[in-house]
Each structure stands twice: as structure tokens, then as C-alpha cells.
Design a protein around this ligand. Structure first.
Ligand SMILES: CC1=C(CCC(=O)O)c2cc3nc(cc4[nH]c(cc5[nH]c(cc1n2)c(C)c5CCC(=O)O)c(CCC(=O)O)c4C)C(CCC(=O)O)=C3C
Ligand SMILES: [Fe+2]
Length: 342
């Protein structure tokens, strides 16, 4: 199989106050998100002047990937398209077609399996291709990278750096708290061919990061950014409830590491840096939030490695990974498909 382009595919976010509601309408179309939750989330965006940081983070990543490809002699053009806001993936696919691209590899800014993290990207790729028509290029999604060293190592260094800012005299009462986006329990159950893949991968990533950054320090995996109607169960505990439980147990200091994400987008700067930080302050906890990969050179190089391993499938030694959970290039049909959408 030969490929003539790479497409960076991300979530998208508004960059002007008037774009917030249309963006939220795109994200929640066909999903069961109550209006009061939407109003609350619109507030979070307006708090930052209606500008989500995620698009600029994608522009920075795009520039870094292009520079890394050029420096390493990988001669493939790199495009960018989003699932929920401009530049919209369908427009990018039309551009690829106009540029004569027949077959591309897609790098998504989500490391894990599951419906929201993987299958929805595949669905949106096929919707975008259908909108462009029969001469739309093929786009094959690159593999999930939860246990790739280019993802794990930047997270681990960020945790080590965050830990170094806390009082070493309180190390015995310090806790490492990993967070990821909560999802409906039903979605967690249908993640991967056997179910439970989103959580299992997050637990593997947490273990890989913890053993590198803070051997021996106790850690937990908890959830953030819960949405949906209150009667639908989502993964728990929420990070704020967890901080309360830790404080009640005598923990004095926490490092919060958002291993569920690749950049400091709104779910990080609002839900952690604003909300969880306020909860910690109320509780008298020392709180520090660890960084995300962003444009760390190892993360950028990982994108190139994921591409070159697909260009040279025989070179199995080039397929770097640290974990032991099952891995594959192409998700089976029906993988991560909830029986009934939440
Ligand atoms: C697993 C997961 C990831 C990680 C994987 C990945 O990165 O893709 C993720 C990322 C993100 N989620 C984001 C934003 C939003 N997510 C929402 C809603 C939802 N997320 C869900 C899951 C996830 N979300 C789910 C199950 C829903 C309920 C509705 C539905 O079933 O689809 C809503 C609607 C309002 C609300 O209810 O929160 C918004 C605005 C942004 C952009 C931030 C920015 O602008 O900087 C990013 C990166
Ligand atoms: Fe989300």
C-alpha cells in the first residue's frame, strides 16, 4: 500500500465568541446532552473569550510535524482537518482530492480506543469522504498510541517535573492522580472488540507513566468532564470528588496528570486548572497539574514513526510500544460501537 499524504485529525474548537454555540451544536448533534449542561460548557468557552486553545495547538503540532518530516527526509505533505469546527475535515478531504492525493494516513489527537476516542473519528472520516464524493481519497487511521514511548515519555517527564515543584518533606502524603475524560459506563463496556478497552488502556498508560516518573508513589486513575443527563451512569469517581476523598484520608499534595489528552485544551485549562485547582485550594491541598505532550519532539517524532511503520510493514522492530495489551493497525468492523448510543 502506498500513501501520498498525512492528515492531522482533531476535535476542533471555536476561536470567536459567536462560534461557541454553533460549535457546541456540531459536537452534540444526535447526542443526548441536556441544554443546561450545554449552557454551562458555553460559559467555560466564553470565560476564555470564546477561544478554545485546541486549534492553535493543532497549528503548532502541524508545523512541528512538517518540520520533523522535512528534517528526517519523509517527503509527504501534511494536512489538517477537524471533526467539529473549522477547518472541517470535509473541506480538507476536498483539498486533498484537488491536490491529486489518492490515499492518506490519518493521525488523530486521541491515543485510546472507545467510541468517542476512536470509532467516532472513523465515522467522521467516512462522513467527510462521502460528502466529497466518489473521488475522495482513502484515509486510513494510524494505530492507537496509548503505550507508545513518544506519548508515555513526555507524560512521564511532565509528571516528574510537576512532582519536583512539591515539598519533598510531604512526599509521604503526596498522591499522583491521573485523569481522563469520563464516558458513559455503557460506552466503556463496548470499547474495543471485547469491551473495557478505553479503561484498560488508560490503566496501562497510568502504570507506564507512574513507574517512570514516580516509582513507588501511590497513584489513582479518575475521571473528568462528565457530560450527559444525570440519570445516565458515567465512569466515576470525578476528579473533584476524588480530591475530597484524598484530603479526608490525610493526603496533603497532589500531582494531577491528564493522560487522557495530548494537549492543554479547554477540558484541561477549565476542568483541571480552574475547577479542580479551586477544589484543591478549598481543601488546602498542594496541587500541581502536569503538562501534556503538546509539541514535545518525542511526540512529534512518534507521528513520523507511526507513518513510517505503515510504509514499511515488514520492519516489525520499528513498531515501538511499551505495553502488553492487544494492538492492531485497523480496528475490526463494529469495534467500539455502542449497542445503543447514550
Ligand atoms: C473520550 C473523550 C475525549 C478524549 C478523546 C479526544 O480527544 O477526542 C474528548 C475530548 C474532547 N472533548 C472536547 C469538547 C467537548 N466534549 C463534549 C462532550 C463529550 N465528550 C465525550 C468524550 C470525550 N471528549 C463525550 C462522551 C461527550 C458527550 C457527548 C457525546 O457523546 O459525544 C462537549 C459537549 C459539551 C459537554 O457536555 O461537555 C464538548 C464541548 C474537546 C475540545 C476541547 C477544546 O475546545 O479545547 C476535546 C479535545
Ligand atoms: Fe469531549
Amino acid at each position: 500500500m502506498s500513501y501520498d499524504a498525512v492528515v492531522l485529525i482533531s476535535f476542533g474548537g471555536p476561536e470567536r465568541p459567536e462560534d461557541v454555540l454553533p460549535f457546541l451544536a456540531n459536537v452534540t448533534r444526535g447526542r443526548n446532552v441536556p441544554p443546561d449542561r450545554l449552557a454551562e460548557v458555553a460559559e467555560h468557552y466564553q470565560h476564555f473569550g470564546g477561544v478554545s486553545p485546541i486549534n492553535q495547538q493543532c497549528r503548532d503540532l502541524l508545523a512541528a510535524i512538517r518540520a520533523d518530516f522535512a528534517a528526517n527526509g519523509l517527503d509527504l505533505p501534511v494536512y489538517w482537518g477537524n471533526r467539529n469546527w473549522h477547518p472541517m475535515l470535509a473541506d480538507t478531504v476536498a483539498q486533498l482530492r484537488d491536490d491529486g492525493i489518492r490515499s492518506a494516513l490519518g493521525f488523530v489527537t486521541s491515543a485510546y480506543g472507545g467510541y468517542s476516542s476512536c470509532r467516532q473519528y472513523l465515522e467522521d472520516i467516512s462522513t467527510a469522504r462521502a460528502a466529497v464524493g466518489p473521488d475522495a481519497p482513502r484515509i486510513e487511521k494510524l494505530r492507537q498510541y496509548w503505550d507508545h514511548p513518544g506519548f508515555v515519555e513526555p507524560h512521564a517527564d511532565a509528571v516528574a517535573n510537576a512532582l519536583a515543584t512539591l515539598d519533598p518533606g510531604r512526599r509521604d502524603s503526596t498522591r499522583l492522580v491521573f485523569t481522563a475524560h469520563s464516558i458513559p459506563v455503557s460506552m466503556a463496556a463496548s470499547a474495543g472488540p471485547q469491551g473495557g478497552r478505553y479503561e484498560a488502556q488508560l490503566r496501562e498508560t497510568a502504570a507506564l507513566v507512574a513507574e517512570r516518573a514516580a516509582p513507588g508513589l501511590p497513584y489513582d486513575l479518575v475521571w473528568q468532564s462528565r457530560s450527559g443527563p444525570p440519570q445516565v451512569p458515567w465512569l466515576e469517581p470525578d476528579v473533584n470528588d476524588h480530591l475530597r476523598a484524598l484530603a479526608a484520608d490525610g493526603v496533603t499534595s497532589v500531582v494531577v496528570s491528564p493522560i487522557g489528552f495530548v494537549s492543554d485544551h479547554l477540558e484541561v485549562v477549565w476542568d483541571l486548572d480552574t475547577e479542580a485547582a479551586a477544589t484543591a485550594k478549598q481543601l488546602g491541598l498542594d496541587y500541581v497539574r502536569a503538562g501534556t505532550p503538546g509539541t514535545d519532539p518525542r511526540f512529534v517524532a512518534m507521528v513520523r514513526e507511526l507513518v513510517t511503520e505503515r510504509l514499511n510493514p515488514a520492519d516489525t522492530a520499528a513498531r515501538r510500544r511499551l505495553g502488553t495489551l492487544p494492538a492492531w493497525d485497523t480496528c475490526p468492523t463494529g469495534c467500539c460501537q455502542p449497542a445503543r448510543r447514550p
